[in-house]
Write a protein of this length. Sequence first.
Length: 160
Amino acid sequence: AEVKATAHALNQLSSRLRTAMESRMRLVAAAGHDLRTPMTRMRLRAEFLDDEREKWLHDLDELDRIADSAIRLVREEVNQDAVEAVALAKTVRDIEAEMVSLGHAVSIGHLDKVCVRAGALGLRRALRNLIVNAATHGKACRIDLAAADNRAVLTISDHG
C-alpha cells in the first residue's frame, strides 16, 4: 500500500511538472511572437529617423535575435533536439563568420578537428550566446578548440 501511494504521488508530481513546463514553453513562445508586431512598427518608424536611425535598427535587430532565440528554445524543447555527431570546428567557424558579418570582433585561434555528440541546435545556440557576450561585453574575443583526453576543450577569451 505504501509503494502504491508513493507511486501515485510521484505520478501526480510528474504530471504537474509536465503541465508547468508546457505552460512555461507556451508563455515563452507567445512572448517571442507577440514582440514581433511592435518591433515591426518600431522598425518602420526608425526608417524615418535621420541621426539615430542606425542605432534604432541595430537595437531592433538585437530584439529580433532575442525573439528568435526564445522561439527556437521552445521548438527545441518540444522537439527534443536529437543527439548527433557535431563537427565542432565547423560550427565555431560558422558562428565566427556570422559574428564578423554583424560587426563583432571575433577571431579564431587554434582549432582541432573535434566531433562531439550533442543536440546541434542547442549547442550552436549556447556557443553563439557565449561568443556574442564575449564579443559585446569584452570588446573582442578569440575562440580556441583543442582535443584533450577524449574530450573537447573550447576556450572563449575576451578583452573585458
